[in-house]
Design a protein around this ligand. Structure first.
Ligand SMILES: [Zn+2]
Length: 351
């Protein structure tokens, strides 16, 4: 490889590494290869699912170019004080076999691939958590296949398959057909069911449009799902009690807000009869939060909003506005016609 093209590749490696570091405070060779566009996320998924014998098979780049990517990454990482962390890669199959990167299994190259580089800025506890997360064995994977397929064990088929030694088998042959399916969507239920289940597997389906595998749900033991459901129901009781308390508190606040609104109306319009001010404030409160008062900025009553509420009330009750609308007069025209009437009432109330 010429020196010019090598330094160009090195710049691209650095750019990909910097992007990954900014994103996740760590960089792996896989991050760089996907960043370079040499490796698709979907391919990485399939390799992790045990469908690809070794990762380099899925890479079209020549071996010397790959070696130079790994070397550039290492150089950049060391120059920038990143800390190496050897990360285990095991497959998402039941045997949890180690995943292979290279065709020949060369130990030095395998180690280079397994080495993640971690930001030196990361505090010790976050660094430890990150390493823990990255080293965790992946969830077992069950695929919801898109195409017709035949089980290697019984020559039957099914709507879900597991890969064993790279071959698809049905859930019965995989001895996983006692598991029940929990569709994705309820995070708390999923987390608890998974925790309670001795065996669980994530069900994935390839989205052709997005070019990656998407989570459909989780297969878990039935007893685990029931336990998780009970826990979530208990939560639901707690939540509904909390909601009732919140409602009461809001009702109190509404009363207080209404009183303050009425007071503000009488301050701005001293001539407004007290019961009218009360009615306007009540109506304004009933119209929901926001019209008057309940702003994010706090409880400050906004004079413009108070005035608008008063104008609206006068328009409907002290003028022929509603009658005009009923008779089919367009709203803008109707407002124009009653403007003087509204102003007269407001002038009187201001006094
Ligand atoms: Zn089978």
């Amino acid at each position: 490889m010429s020196g010019a093209s090598e330094s160009k590749l090195e710049r691209r490696v650095v750019a990909a590494a910097e992007a990954a570091l900014a994103r996740s405070k760590a960089v792996s060779p896989i991050d760089v290869l996907t960043g370079l566009g040499w490796l698709h996320t979907r391919t990485v998924d399939e390799w992790r699912q045990g469908r690809v014998a070794h990762l380099e098979r899925a890479l079209t780049a020549r071996a010397d170019r790959l070696a130079s990517v790994l070397a550039s990454l290492r150089r950049w990482a060391q120059d920038n004080g990143l800390r190496p962390s050897e990360t285990p890669y095991v497959s998402a199959t039941r045997d949890r076999g180690p995943l292979r990167f290279t065709a020949d299994g060369d130990e030095a190259a395998e180690l280079a691939y397994r080495t993640h580089w971690i930001s030196p800025d990361l505090p010790e506890d976050r660094r430890r958590r990150l390493i823990e997360r990255q080293s965790k064995a992946p969830d077992l994977v069950v695929i919801a296949p898109l195409k017709d397929w035949t089980c290697t064990g019984c020559h039957g088929t099914g709507d879900r398959q597991v890969l064993e030694d790279g071959e698809p088998v049905c859930l019965t042959c995989a001895e996983m057909d006692h598991l029940v399916f929990l569709p994705a969507g309820d995070a708390a239920l999923t987390r608890r069911a998974k925790k309670a289940s001795g065996l669980s597997a994530v069900v994935l389906r390839l989205s052709r449009r997005r070019g990656r595998y998407e989570r459909q749900g989780l297969l878990v033991e039935e007893a685990a799902l029931e336990l998780a459901e009970d826990q979530c129901l208990a939560d639901e009781d707690v939540r509904s009690r909390r909601r009732a308390r919140d409602r009461e508190r809001r009702a109190d606040e509404d009363l207080e807000l209404r009183a303050r609104t009425a007071w503000e109306i009488r301050r701005m319009f001293p001539g407004c009869p007290a019961e009218r001010a009360e009615a306007i404030a009540r109506h304004t409160g009933a119209r929901g939060s926001g019209r008057v008062g309940r702003s994010a900025a706090g409880r400050a009553l906004d004079e413009t909003a108070v005035r608008a509420a008063v104008v609206a009330a006068v328009r409907h009750e002290d003028t022929g506005y509603d009658a005009l609308l009923m008779s089919g007069v367009p709203r803008a025209v109707a407002r124009e016609r009653i403007r003087a009437d509204v102003d007269r009432v407001l002038d009187r109330w201001r006094a």
